[in-house]
Ligand binder design. Structure first.
Ligand SMILES: Cc1cc2nc3c(=O)[nH]c(=O)nc-3n(C[C@H](O)[C@H](O)[C@H](O)COP(=O)(O)O)c2cc1C
Length: 198
């Protein structure tokens, strides 16, 4: 089993989404001793924001690529190859301004490519990234899984939508939440780790 752990918090050892992601990875490894792990730190080595050259390279057949297009599409090709190679994805997601970090959005912008990770058929769009298990490790200052802020829970619904569109529909979400809320913050990570059931 090949595990791909994507990190998008820049906070290293202090990050709750990284700690929660690591706990998921450790449980996966314990249950699957032959598994391999690739960790990709999107905060340390970010994918570039999409520029005109990236978009043009996506929509131009490879045989017509200029050297500039060939260079620009390398990021996307590499991200897609790494994604397709994995059996299990663990994505660490710090909640930023009601959304995901821009580094994670950049990764998504490079993996979502017509003809590579989704296609349009007579029956509508079809995801081409099949047979993956996906775990989301979401950390947030507030509580979004339930209660008054639930209506602002765009992160889980967005990731389920866009990654589901690409074919990744087997999703389990773990949350360390309430990290800015007195009484909750002391136990949020511990509770999240305890809830991990693979
Ligand atoms: C730039 C920034 C924006 C944030 N926006 C929100 C927010 O909209 N809602 C929330 O509940 N917490 C928000 N937080 C708090 C983080 O979600 C929280 O600190 C979380 O633990 C960050 O993940 P990390 O520990 O993996 O870095 C924000 C934190 C930062 C640094």
């Amino acid at each position: 089993m090949k595990i791909l752990h994507l990190i998008s918090s820049p906070r290293g050892g202090a990050s709750f989404s990284i700690k929660l992601g690591n706990a998921i990875v450790e449980k996966l490894q314990a249950a699957n001793p032959d598994s391999t792990l690739t960790t990709r730190n999107l905060a340390e080595s970010p994918f570039p924001h999409l520029e005109e050259v990236h978009i043009n390279s996506f929509f131009t057949p490879k045989e017509n690529h200029t050297p500039e297009f060939a260079e620009a599409i390398k990021h996307s090709d590499e991200a897609i190859a790494q994604l397709k190679d994995a059996d299990v994805l663990v994505i660490g997601v710090p909640l930023y301004n009601f959304g995901i970090p821009s580094t994670l959005k950049s990764w998504i912008d490079h993996i979502a490519r017509a003809g590579q990770t989704f296609s349009y058929s007579e029956n509508g769009p079809q995801g081409l990234v099949k047979n993956k298990k996906l775990y989301l490790a979401i950390s947030s200052g507030g509580v979004y899984s339930d209660g008054p802020m639930k209506a602002y829970d765009f992160t889980e619904s967005y990731l389920r939508s866009v990654l589901g569109f690409l074919g990744m529909t087997d999703v389990t979400v773990y949350r360390a939440e309430g990290l800015s809320v007195p009484d909750l913050k002391e136990v949020a990570l511990e509770k999240a780790i305890e809830s991990i059931a693979l």
